[in-house]
Design a protein around this ligand. Structure first.
Ligand SMILES: Nc1nc2c(ncn2[C@@H]2O[C@H](COP(=O)(O)OP(=O)(O)OP(=O)(O)O)[C@@H](O)[C@H]2O)c(=O)[nH]1
Ligand SMILES: [Mg+2]
Length: 384
């Protein structure tokens, strides 16, 4: 029993030891797992921290990038504002200088050069009912110079008839009159333009104010005196490349006056015998015509030269002769001078120029300005 008890005791002790060992092994395994878990947690924590640090770094970099972009944008805006300011200062300075120059020029008798804006140009085309495919002729001149009569003659219409432009001794033409040619085969429209003297417009402003820049050809008509307005019109025609025709009206009346004076002087010249007087009287009309032609040409030439304009032909006409020429009548006792030549040249010149149609876009109109003036540019005050 003792031995059995001893064996049992030994077994129990073995068992206890084995159990203790198992507990120890379990304890070690648990500690190992615990360590591994802690290690995993620590690694996970480190990874998260690293990620957060990276995110924070990326955020900081992004913030810096945005700040740089904003700074650059602010710099660009500041530069733009500076350039704009400089530009507007320069424009203001130029405008001041221009104004001063214009004032000085005006004080020194030099007329300002003005251009209409593209909108004004388009409005004028519309107001004058500019029609593509037609020739638009303006007849401008002092009051009483014979504009309306000339319009009537060009249209083959007798003065004082129903469709005629009003004519007379009082100031009849105060607004621009538009007269399409009654002959359907002639695509011409005639404009009766009142002279500057009739209106409260300055000579130099007359051309633009009257919108003469849209015409295909312009007749500058005078009967006695060639005026500052006539010169201003011719100067503007040169700028706009519009064919201009200097025409002296009432030539029949002017020649008749010269002839009468010549007849008087021949008849009163006691140094001449009857035969000499008779032969002189026979040629008196030719002498009067020659005198009239040379006196007119010389006087116009001088006026053009004094104004710095190139020499130009002068057409001598009278209403009746022009009317007959248009109507293809060859009535006797009418003094024919340059009427036929004027008619031909007018149409030739108008065909060559021809203004752009009213339907064209403003942009195209401004291109036309550029073409006309060579190297112009648009400014807020128009084409300069
Ligand atoms: N002898 C002669 N008289 C003319 C001639 N042309 C015009 N006249 C006369 O001159 C006067 C004035 O002519 P108009 O045609 O009315 O002149 P206008 O330039 O239109 O005049 P306003 O409309 O007042 O500016 C009229 O009495 C005409 O008969 C011409 O060639 N010969
Ligand atoms: Mg008139």
């Amino acid at each position: 029993m003792e031995e059995a008890n001893h064996r049992a005791e030994t077994e129990r002790q073995w068992r206890e030891r084995a159990e203790q060992e198992k507990r120890n092994a379990d304890q070690r395994a648990w500690a190992g797992e615990e360590n591994a878990r802690r290690e995993r947690e620590r690694a996970e924590g480190e990874r998260r921290e690293r990620e957060q640090a990276e995110r924070r770094k990326a955020e900081a970099e992004e913030a810096m990038k945005q700040a740089r972009i904003a700074r650059e944008a602010a710099e660009v805006a500041a530069e733009k504002a500076r350039v704009e300011q400089e530009r507007s200062n320069k424009a203001a300075q130029e405008a001041m200088e221009e104004m001063k120059k214009a004032k000085d020029d005006l004080a020194n008798g030099i007329q300002p050069v003005t251009w209409p804006t593209p909108e004004e140009y388009a409005r004028t085309l519309q107001a004058y009912q500019y029609q593509e495919g037609k020739f638009h002729f303006a007849i401008a001149g002092l009051s009483g110079s014979g504009k309306s009569s000339l319009v009537n003659a060009f249209r083959g219409v007798l003065n004082q008839t129903a469709s005629a432009a009003a004519t007379g001794f009082t100031e009849t033409t105060v607004v621009v009159g538009r007269y399409p040619d009654p002959n359907p085969e002639k695509p011409c429209v005639w404009y009766d333009v009142p002279g500057a003297g009739t209106l409260t417009i300055k000579d130099w402003d007359y051309f633009n104010k009257q919108g003469l820049y849209i015409f295909d050809a312009i007749i500058v008509l005078f009967d006695n005196r060639f005026t500052a307005t006539d010169i201003a019109i011719l100067r503007n025609c040169e700028r706009w490349k519009i064919p201009a025709f200097i025409v002296r009206s009432k030539s029949d009346y002017q020649v008749e006056n010269i002839k009468r004076t010549l007849v008087d002087s021949i008849e009163e010249d006691e140094s001449l015998d009857e035969d000499e007087q008779a032969s002189r009287l026979e040629t008196v009309l030719d002498v009067a015509i020659e005198g009239y032609k040379s006196q007119t040409r010389q006087s116009v030439e001088k006026n053009l030269k004094d104004s710095g304009l190139g020499s130009q032909e002068v057409y001598l006409v009278s209403y009746k002769a022009l009317l007959n020429t248009v109507r293809r009548k060859n009535t006797k006792n009418v003094l024919y001078l340059d009427e036929a030549k004027l008619l031909t040249r007018l149409v030739e010149a108008a065909k060559e120029r021809h203004c752009p149609p009213a339907s064209q876009q403003l942009g195209e109109t401004s291109n036309m300005f550029a073409r006309l003036t060579g190297s112009g540019k648009w400014s807020t005050s128009g084409f300069v």
